[in-house]
Design a protein around this ligand. Structure first.
Ligand code: ATR
Length: 305
C-alpha cells in the first residue's frame, strides 16, 4: 500500500522523498484518494520498465487543484492522474487541453513540461478499448444504454459513445433534469446518433433496455454492501452485454443478475487498466506498460482470438 500524501508534503524534495530510494515524479490527486489502485498499477510498470520514479497518492481538497499542479510542476513531476472530484477543475487549470478531453468535459491525465500543463482524458478512449477486450465488439456498432448518465463517469462514457457514433444512445438518470444539457451537447457532437433521455421510472425503460446491445452502469449503486441492482431484472436478456464500471466488488448485484439471465458481463477493471495504460503513454510515449499493469491488477491475459 503506497503512502498517502497531502499538499503540505509538496513543499520540498527532502520532505517528499525522505526514506525512499526513488523520487516521487507521478501521482494521483483526488479526495478521497486512499482507495485508489492507480499507484499499484503504475508503480509496477515504472519498475518493470526501469524508470526511476515513484507514483504516489495525494489527497487534495476541493478547490486546490491549481496549487497542487503548481507545486508538482515546481518539484519536477512528469505529470499526474486526476480523480473525483477534480476532473472538471483540472480542465480549467491546464494551459492546454486536448480536444477530446474538452468534449468529454473532464481531464483525468496531466503532463507537465517546459511548455506548460497539458490536459488529456483517457477514460473515454480507455472505455473503447475495454469494450473491445471484454466483448470483442467495436463500441461504434452498439446500441448503448448508460445508467447514471448524469454523473461524472456517465457523462464521459455517454460522450465517448456519441464520438464513436453509436446508432442509439439511451441515457438514464435518477435526477432526470441533469440530462438536459448533456443531451444537447451529444446531439451536436454525434448528429447520427439517436439520443433518448429517461428517468429510471420511465415506462419505456424495459423496452429500450431490451433493444440495447450494451448496458453500462455508471451509477454508484452496487458499490456498497446491501446495494441492489440499478436496473430491474426485466431490462436484462440473454446475449446482452452488461458492463459495470464498478470493480469492487468484482461481481455487483447487476452483474450477478445479468449473468443469471445469460447476458455477457464485465466489470470496470478493464477500464481502470486501459485508461491507465493510455495515461502512462502520455508521460512515456512508445512504452508498453500493459502487461505489467494487467498483472498488478491481478487480471488474466486478454483473449488473443
Ligand atoms: P458524480 O460525482 O460523478 O456525479 P455520484 O454523485 O456518485 O457521482 O453519482 C453518480 C451517478 O450515480 C449519478 O448519475 C447518480 O444519480 P443522480 O444524478 O440522480 O444523483 C447515480 N446514483 C447514485 N445513487 C443512486 C441511486 N440510489 N439510484 C440511482 N442512481 C443513483
Amino acid at each position: 500500500m503506497s503512502e498517502l500524501y497531502t499538499l503540505d508534503d509538496l513543499i520540498s524534495r527532502d520532505r517528499l522523498d525522505a526514506g525512499h530510494d526513488k523520487p516521487a515524479k507521478l501521482a494521483v490527486i483526488g479526495h478521497p484518494v486512499a482507495h485508489s489502485s492507480s499507484p499499484r498499477m503504475h508503480q509496477s510498470a515504472l519498475d518493470a520498465l526501469g524508470i526511476d520514479a515513484r507514483y504516489i497518492k495525494i489527497d487534495v481538497p476541493p478547490g486546490h487543484v491549481a496549487e497542487a499542479f503548481a507545486r508538482m510542476k515546481a518539484l519536477g513531476f512528469y505529470g499526474c492522474n486526476v480523480t473525483v472530484p477534480h476532473k472538471l477543475d483540472a480542465l480549467g487549470v491546464c494551459t492546454d487541453v486536448h480536444p477530446d478531453a474538452r468534449s468529454l468535459g473532464a481531464v483525468n491525465t496531466v503532463r507537465f513540461d517546459e511548455t506548460g500543463t497539458h490536459g488529456f482524458n483517457t477514460d473515454g478512449p480507455g472505455f473503447v478499448r475495454a469494450i473491445v477486450e471484454d466483448f470483442d465488439f467495436t463500441l461504434a456498432t452498439f446500441n448503448v444504454l448508460v445508467a447514471g448518465a448524469g454523473g461524472g463517469a456517465g457523462q464521459a462514457i455517454a460522450t465517448q459513445c456519441a464520438i464513436q457514433g453509436v446508432p442509439r444512445l439511451v441515457l438514464v438518470n435518477r435526477t432526470f433534469e441533469k440530462l438536459g444539457p448533456l443531451v444537447e451537447r451529444l446531439r451536436a457532437l454525434g448528429p447520427t446518433t439517436e439520443v433518448i433521455a429517461l428517468a429510471f421510472d420511465d415506462p419505456r425503460l424495459v423496452a429500450l433496455s431490451q433493444e440495447s446491445d450494451l448496458i453500462v452502469n455508471t451509477t454508484s449503486v452496487g458499490l456498497k454492501e446491501g446495494d441492489g441492482s440499478p436496473l430491474p431484472q426485466d431490462c436484462l436478456r440473454a446475449g446482452l452485454c452488461v458492463y459495470d464500471t464498478i470493480y469492487q466488488p468484482a461481481v455487483t448485484p447487476l452483474l450477478a443478475a445479468a449473468n443469471a439471465t445469460g447476458a455477457r458481463v464485465a466489470n470496470g477493471l478493464s477500464l481502470l487498466l486501459h485508461q491507465g495504460v493510455l495515461a502512462f503513454q502520455h508521460w512515456f510515449p512508445h512504452t508498453d506498460p500493459l502487461p505489467y499493469m494487467r498483472e498488478a491488477l491481478g487480471m488474466q491475459t486478454a483473449r488473443t482470438s
